[in-house]
Design a protein around this ligand. Sequence first.
Ligand code: NAD
Length: 480
Amino acid sequence: MLKIRNYINGELIAPISGNYLDNINPSIGKVYSLIPDSDENDVQLATQAALAAFPTWSKTPKEKRSRILQKIAFLIEDNLDKLAEAESIDNGKPLKLAKTVDIPRAASNFNFYATAILHFASESHSMEDTAINYTLREPIGVCGCISPWNLPLYLFSWKIAPALAVGNTVVAKPSEITPMTAYLLSEICMEAGLPKGVLNIVHGLGHKVGAAITSHPDIPVISFTGGTVTGKQIISTAGPMFKKLSLELGGKNPNIIFDDCNFEDALRTTVHSSFANQGQICLCGSRIFVQKGIYEKFKKAFVDKVKDLKIGNPFDENTNIGAVVSQPHLEKVLSYVELAKQEGGKILCGGNRVLLDGKFSEGYYLQPTIIEGLAFNCRTNQEEIFGPVVTIMPFETEEEVLMMANSTKYGLASSVWTENLKKAHRVAANLHVGIVWVNTWLLRDLRTPFGGVKQSGVGREGGFEALHFFTEPKNICIKL
Ligand code: NAD
């Protein structure tokens, strides 16, 4: 059975303890590889390598750093099939999603920051005849990058690429639930000629490896994507150490559909925004608010379309819904369906585990589920489920829907559906979220700020925001 290895100081090595964890293929519910059960000793080794690599990498001309990162991007593209298959096996997502979204985006992340760094300039502030200020934006040192399981290589590379591009070195930890493509990335980095110690990947559990990165005194920057509860733990450790923090956390995104929307567009996209990647995208809309005039018509059409989604083998071209990521996650999502019933919800479709035949009989499959009849402020409508479960609710006025949409502790993303331009601007401005899509969903320009408000996060990723985060500005004032 394949044993994944840590990538430390340019080499693939076993964890110091010699211990491993099981890595499960969720589409068949079986162990298929082993992951290093690393601990603080491996993190220490990785941090020493990253510290040693920093002086040279941070002084390497940006053109050279750019070329190496572009080579990584090309190698990801060259290995599209291999990486997409690995992602699908590790995560349970449909292969076609991994091929068209996850892996191409990982390549784009490297390419984007490899080229962004060539155009990144710092500011100058003139005080007329008195003085001139200029701002240096310098790499900081060793950055800790910790990522989740839902978009494994996509989100891992979204942090690593900007951190490396500006000249930092990195100690990174992918999710222990989906480590495979990060492991394959280490092989790609070696092939691309990334100098040793510049990127170090330590596999293992959050409370061991993640906690050791977060608390390490020589790692002054932490970029984290994951759950809000984990984010709080990270703040409580890293905050008192005055570390620079970027936290991309959970969501409970509202999807607001007005009477005057383009019905077919709204319908088609809502099916996608609810159930893509089995609803396991932080940006998925999980609370669907539909204006009274079209509520019944929309509900019926939505349920009909969702019932047609094909659940099954992620490698099958026609599969729309693959497996959810793990048995505990399957149980968590099902517990929310039970909660919804207790809270008075009516299951319009789905609600159950799906037992497939043969090889897939022990896989973690769930029916896409739509629930009606719940109050906007019940637990089902306030807590993040992060699976193929959405609620649908009618509303009458703009004021009412804004109140309900803004009622959760989260504030990541939202979709608004209307053909009325003034209303679109007004609603977008009044939503308490970091990202609003109008008449679309998950349309991404990598230059734009990405992140959430309230308990959905602290800070922004994307574009120059990430280059600013991963550098330290220093102002120099010269009297004329
Ligand atoms: P998680 O918080 O359980 O784990 C995320 C990462 O943190 C993993 O690598 C994990 O091993 C590590 N970790 C766990 N405990 C840790 C600790 N004490 N210290 C340091 N690291 C620790 O999240 P998950 O279940 O992997 O991912 C799902 C969550 O991620 C959802 O809440 C989802 O909304 C969120 N998410 C947010 C975004 C965003 O951009 N805002 C994107 C994707 C996912």
